[in-house]
Write a protein that binds this ligand. Structure first.
Ligand code: MN
Length: 202
């Protein structure tokens, strides 16, 4: 069975950038819903239920056709939100990228500002629901986006930063202004957490 990962901070911890009510609904309803639907879809499929979420996403070809879409969407929803909570933190604890990560970002994108700009543009340009990602692929940093709950993990890439641009992530506070949400979100990126993920891959 898959379980709902707790938020590593209070619902209000990301205020004023991400509001308490959004965090409550996002975690307790949306994220919890993906967990519930995934377990339901996999009822009786003990082998798949025993996998960890990363293994499941990397082995979607083992999932029977009749439940494939439900499993793919909800497994992505579970894993993507697990990472999303982890790579955010209250602003006063958000820290800075490690020297190694900062160097890698400069090498891949020219400068830290260019990286932020490119990531923001990718996130705002994602048509409809989806995610923007900073991934490590063969040791190289790349910015990509995915539709719906698709996860780069399924393509054997290693995400170290992600941004949920589903309307449920920002609509209560920012309405249709996704760009304002993205701009605010940079204040609560947990650079210590992102750096730990990056350093763990090296
Ligand atoms: Mn979400």
């Amino acid at each position: 069975m898959f379980t709902l990962q707790n938020l590593p901070y209070d619902y209000s911890a990301l205020e004023p950038y991400i509001d308490t009510e959004t965090m409550q609904i996002h975690h307790d309803k949306h994220h919890a819903g993906y967990v519930k639907n995934l377990n339901e879809a996999l009822t009786g499929k003990e082998k798949l239920l025993d996998m960890d979420i990363k293994d499941l996403l990397q082995n979607l070809s083992d999932v029977p056709k009749d439940i494939f879409n439900k499993v793919k969407n909800n497994a992505g929803g579970v894993a993507n939100h697990n990472l999303f909570w982890q790579i955010m933190s209250p602003k006063d604890l958000s820290g800075k990228p490690s020297v190694e990560l900062e160097e890698a970002i400069k090498e891949a994108f020219g400068s830290f500002d260019t990286f932020k700009e490119k990531f923001s543009t990718t996130a705002s340009g994602r048509f409809g629901s989806g995610w923007a990602w900073l991934i490590v692929d063969n040791g190289k940093l790349e910015i990509v986006d995915t539709a719906n709950q698709d996860s780069p993990v399924s393509e054997r890439k290693s995400p170290i930063l992600c941004l949920d641009v589903w309307e449920h992530a920002y609509y209560l506070k920012y309405k249709n202004m996704r760009v304002d949400y993205i701009k605010a979100w940079w204040n609560v990126v947990n650079w210590k957490g992102v750096s730990d993920l990056y350093d763990g891959l090296r």
